[in-house]
Design a protein. Structure first.
Length: 196
């Protein structure tokens, strides 16, 4: 049995009568975006469109990106990371619940990085998705590419946390979880907040 979750609708009475609109439209008007669920081409495309639109509306006003995600595709995540870095608007990231894997990298890359008290960040090395098979050369090519991605993601974490690469490789060698206060101490976040 499949269940669908529908976003809340806002009902507002105007001079045109009663208007109904998606709560995400109200969030966008407030310069707020949301990454909830896996990092994939679809979720990233929505956020990229939002950032580009908000930058056209006001190139200097901050954008808030709320993150509660288990992570996902590295290529999609790096596309969003590049847009976040290229945008003229400062991007505040807020961790709600969990920012793991690629979502952690996106959270860490925020210009201002806030965490709610019971949220967590989890980092680890990139993983191979799908089975590994084929010729020895194709397996080696896949392994070489994975190591290249590992270097890229480690450099991003190092750049935004102030850690050196050796420290990053140490914490990403396994799944490492940081509670909110620990993430601040490790310079993966800036502060723990109690109000939004």
């Amino acid at each position: 049995m499949s269940t669908s979750v529908y976003p809340p609708q806002i009902i507002e009475e105007t001079n045109l009568g009663i208007q109904r609109f998606d709560i995400r439209d109200a969030m966008l008007a407030s310069r707020e975006l949301e990454l909830s669920g896996p990092v994939d081409s679809e979720s990233v495309a929505v956020i990229i469109r939002g950032i580009l639109y908000l930058q056209k509306v006001d190139a200097a006003a901050p954008i808030t990106l709320f993150i509660n995600s288990p992570g996902g595709e590295v290529s999609s995540g790096l596309a969003l990371y590049d847009v976040m870095q290229a945008a003229s608007c400062p991007i505040r990231t807020v961790c709600l619940g969990l920012a793991a894997s690629m979502a952690a990298l996106l959270f860490i890359a925020g210009d201002t990085r806030d965490m709610l008290p019971h949220s967590r960040v989890m980092v680890h090395d990139p993983l191979i998705s799908g089975g590994v098979g084929g010729s020895a050369l194709s397996v080696k090519a896949r392994a070489d590419d994975l190591m290249r991605i590992r270097d890229i993601t480690a450099q991003v974490i190092a750049q935004h946390s102030g850690m050196d690469l050796e420290q990053v490789f140490e914490i990403t060698a396994r799944e490492t979880y940081f509670e909110a206060e620990d993430a601040v101490a490790a310079h993966l976040a800036d502060r723990v907040i109690n109000t939004l």
